[in-house]
Write a protein that binds this ligand. Sequence first.
Ligand SMILES: [Zn+2]
Length: 266
Amino acid sequence: MSRAIELFARMHEVRSVTADERGHQTLTGDVILAVFGKVQHKMPLGMDLLMAKYVHDVPAVNRIIDVMATWLNDEPSKRKDLAMALSYVALDVFCDKPVASQKRQLAALWRKYSDQAKRSNRLIKGWQVKIKQLQRNLDSCETQTAEERLLSAINEFEALIIKERRRIDEYAQCQFLKSSTCPRCSGTGLILNTGECPSCSGHGLFVPSVDNIRQHLRHIGLGRVSDKLWENELKPWFEKCLTKLYVYSQDAATEIAHTLELEIRH
Ligand SMILES: [Zn+2]
């Protein structure tokens, strides 16, 4: 929970309060925790949403999913199964997680533009140059032993390259699961001296469009959805669901800020 406090505190301007340490009142971890407890009690869903988004709290995510299932009870929806699947997607979007169709794109960017990838690519290029040199030497080899020695050196460099490529692949796979921030511009949307980042079109984030969401339904094996069903039922539900998530979380964030302010004045 201490990590949660730290992150939440950073998020809700508590830093500006605790930073003011020259004789002014500061908020201790205990007070902040008590405030979170109060808000959790008063606005459980909103608080869970903040926990899910900012501290990736799994129990909070499970509670949110339970609540979202009850939202469908009052809906005249014909395809509640699809609507529920869309609720999960809405939660991912709310938590800034990329949808499947964007993951491949993101992984490719991590493989190319991250610092780790740049380092790996430099290493690989160096080994490729060495291999070329060795291959040139191979032509002028006079004994079989010398030739064998060169070949085994080449094999070693090739093995290093394969290993390094695999390492960077694993890294890329791992990164895009964590965030939808554009690796090329580090989420700024800008590239130094050139302007807008071409990979994310200046958004900085890979936020799925409604079209991405529709593709995503196909991707998770729910098949094609007719235009009519999509336009009349599913798209409005998705948008409604996402709006609710933002409203509930914003209310909780406001409540935290307000309650903390009261604590400071105390
Ligand atoms: Zn970018």
